[in-house]
Design a protein around this ligand. Structure first.
Ligand SMILES: NC(=[NH2+])NCCC[C@H](N)C(=O)O
Ligand SMILES: [Mn+2]
Ligand SMILES: [Mn+2]
Length: 311
């Protein structure tokens, strides 16, 4: 058995709960993990036969804003960097322990940590990034300075280097990344995708080919022999706002409920999943019904990625 399939055979996972919002300006995304867990995520995964370890919500001490002035246009750079570095170590330790890390965000800047953690154990791993956005802005291209729009560029070593982030190894190769669900890509990011030959399936391709074919083409690109570990990074805003309303940067025209779940089911079926992120659930945005709906869909995406089937 290939070493990375040990997770699916032994069915041990670890919840990495990250109440963190420093990569973007809206309060509340730090409460995502608490809501997902209060909705019963642990027992739902146990119901699928997983042994779930959960060592509580990680406590991230905020560096006071006074000690964390912007670097260039980047906001909260030290806070984001230190939290991601911590998360990278936690994720790496869980993998070394034989536990598949399931990281609950928090904003998507955390993926700098989670993917660094996965690549530290599996340098050959591929990343499947499900999102309305590419989150690949560089220091030069970002217009917002929100680091949740930038983690992929750091992981790939694109753009000029920021000393504060020197711990990031930037070993993600462009050919090991694929996107699905895109529909709000900044013009600077479009150029980065072209210049680096990064494979991306926007909603246009989902409409054209259907989600089944898109997932197959995405896997053919990053994992042609179906033998490399997969890190799945799922931003809940990939889903249409009618499906997942409670998120900080919603964009209309997104994945349906079934398309989102299909992606997770198909990746589980490969037997190659070694880590998953579910990011950007923000329970303070929208009304109580919308929040409950978004949290429920977050839990069910995670269940699908961990083996829940319809029959
Ligand atoms: N993880 C997210 N929701 N990212 C949204 C990024 C939006 C925009 N491209 C930016 O860089 O600010
Ligand atoms: Mn997004
Ligand atoms: Mn994102």
């Amino acid at each position: 058995m290939a070493p990375h399939s040990q997770f699916l055979a032994e069915k041990k996972c670890a919840i990495v709960a990250c109440p963190f919002s420093g990569g973007q300006p809206k309060a509340g995304v730090d409460e995502g993990p608490m809501h997902l867990l209060e909705a019963g995520l642990v027992s739902q995964l146990e119901g699928l036969g997983w042994k779930v370890s959960f060592d509580g919500h990680h406590q991230f001490e905020g560096i006071s804003a006074a000690d964390d002035p912007p670097i260039g246009i980047l906001k909260n750079p030290r806070f984001v960097s230190r939290v991601s570095e911590f998360v990278a170590n936690v994720v790496g330790k869980h993998i070394a322990n034989g536990e598949l890390p399931v990281t609950l965000g928090g904003d998507h800047s955390l993926a700098m940590g989670t993917i660094s953690g996965t690549l530290s154990k599996y340098p050959e791993a591929c990343v499947i990034w499900i999102d309305a956005h590419t989150d690949i802005n560089t220091v030069e291209s970002t217009e917002s300075g929100n680091i949740h729009g930038m983690p992929v560029s750091f992981l790939m070593g694109l753009g000029s280097k920021v000393e504060e982030f020197s711990w990031v190894k930037s070993i993600l190769k462009p050919e090991n990344l694929v996107y699905i669900g895109l529909r709000d890509v900044d013009s600077g990011e479009k150029k980065i995708l072209r210049d680096n030959n990064i494979k991306a399936f926007s909603m246009h391709e989902v409409d054209k080919y259907g989600i089944g074919k898109v997932v197959e083409m995405a896997l053919d690109h990053v994992n042609p022999d179906r033998n490399k570990p997969i890190h799945l990074s799922f931003d809940v805003d990939a889903l249409d706002p009618s499906v997942a309303p409670s998120t900080g940067t919603p964009v209309r025209g997104g994945l349906t409920f079934r398309e989102g779940h299909y992606i997770c089911e198909a990746i589980y079926e490969t037997g190659l999943l070694v880590a998953m992120d579910l990011m950007e659930v923000n329970p303070s945005l929208a009304d109580a019904v919308s929040v409950a709906q978004t949290v429920a869909v977050g839990c069910s995406l995670l269940r699908s990625a961990l083996g829940e089937t319809l029959l």
